[in-house]
Design a protein around this ligand. Structure first.
Ligand SMILES: [Zn+2]
Length: 372
């Protein structure tokens, strides 16, 4: 099928600031002020690479809008939205654990979530077949009643709720490939049998208190949450096996109408906040598997929402690999570290990785079956 890949971007996404953060720690004695890991650089350099290479012309612009309060209430509590509105007027605030914000951040967060919703609309309208939303603040740690880990609003969860409420999707699947646990969607859809949440992440990393194998969904939705808490040090072998034996079989059973990928690049090699060694080709291959499934079963409906990834010099090339795959077009750009990372030793599947993945694969049988 012909592919048209939507791309969401707004300059104001780059105007959100977390405040005086050094890495992930608020600055102040004994922490010398520095710059936060979650900064503008990584995202702006993705956009700049698209512009510099001309690849932006291969994508279809999807204009973001601000998500409405009614749309946010599908996922978040009124009290939390009130709190964000109050903090939005403060010089600096904290929406939850590491939920850093400054004056005006909530306005930008609504534009970020609204970017994901606009992408859902564009896909259902047939304007595009799939989309990548390069939105910020990021979202996958935000829960119904609190922000967390650089996230204020749960962008991907809001997109899932929008697909169901505004476009009649009966079932939505989220495949979170950020190196940190997708706790937001897991908790928001914990007891909702309409949403399959799968998260591949580094074991016991962030948040530290969730993401285990035995978290499988509430009493009305048992089997609709699959965590794959991979041991630190995984390469493509572990991720490929996880996709082949857990992610794709689970999607085949569940048969979603819409697929969302909270997409972090912090499982990439040399990321400061992850201990995995993926390369651009790995991100492209994961995208290709999801794309093939969506094109075969649901007309291609697939949305990537941007999440983590904190190395400004490697992430842009990994993101480009995803966008090339989604669109089926080539940029002509060579990833300067792609081969170096692909040839690292450590990509072969190791026994302790295989054991963990096999335990997750055994849970696929409990995923409730969809149509067909
Ligand atoms: Zn992350």
């Amino acid at each position: 099928m012909e592919r048209r890949t939507g791309f969401v971007w707004h300059e104001r996404y780059m105007w959100h600031e977390g405040g005086r953060i050094a890495g992930i720690v608020p600055a102040g004695y004994p922490v010398e002020p520095g710059s936060p890991h979650e900064s503008v650089a990584t995202k702006r350099r993705i956009k700049n690479l698209l512009d510099a290479s001309g690849f932006i012309d291969q994508l279809f612009q999807v204009k973001p809008r601000e998500a409405t309060r009614a749309e946010l209430l599908r996922v978040h509590t009124p009290a939390y939205l009130d709190r964000l509105e109050a903090l939005n007027r403060e010089a600096e605030g904290l929406a939850g654990l590491d939920g850093f914000m400054t004056r005006g951040s909530y306005d930008i967060a609504r534009l970020s979530a609204g970017g994901a919703l606009a992408a859902v609309d564009a896909i259902y309208a047939g304007a595009v077949t799939n989309a990548y939303a390069l939105i910020r603040p990021v979202g996958h740690h935000a829960e119904a009643d609190q922000g967390m880990g650089f996230c204020l609003l749960s962008n991907a969860a809001l997109a899932a709720a929008h697909a169901m409420a505004a476009h009649g999707a009966a079932r939505v699947a989220l495949v979170d490939i950020d190196v940190h646990h997708g706790n937001g969607a897991q908790r928001i859809f914990w007891n909702d049998p309409r949403v399959l949440t799968i998260s591949l992440h580094q074991d016991a990393w962030f948040p530290a208190d969730c993401g285990a194998l035995d978290e499988r969904g509430g009493p009305d939705a048992f089997g609709t949450n699959i965590n794959v808490p991979l041991p630190a040090g995984c390469g493509w072998g572990a991720y490929e096996t996880t996709f082949q034996t857990v992610v794709m079989p689970a999607l085949e059973r569940f048969r979603p109408d819409f697929v969302i990928v909270p997409c972090g690049f912090d499982a990439g090699a040399q990321d400061p906040l992850g201990r995995m060694i993926l390369h651009g080709g790995a991100f492209a291959a994961m995208t290709e598997m999801l794309l093939a499934f969506c094109e075969r079963t649901i007309g291609g409906r697939l949305l990537f929402t941007h999440e983590g990834g904190y190395n400004p010099y490697t992430v842009p090339f990994m993101a480009l690999a995803v966008l090339e795959t989604l669109s089926g077009r080539q940029s002509g750009v060579t990833d300067p570290l792609g081969e170096v990372f692909a040839n690292m030793k450590g990509h072969a599947l190791l026994p302790h990785q295989a054991q963990l993945i096999a335990e997750a694969a055994a849970m696929v049988a409990d995923v409730p079956g969809g149509r067909g």
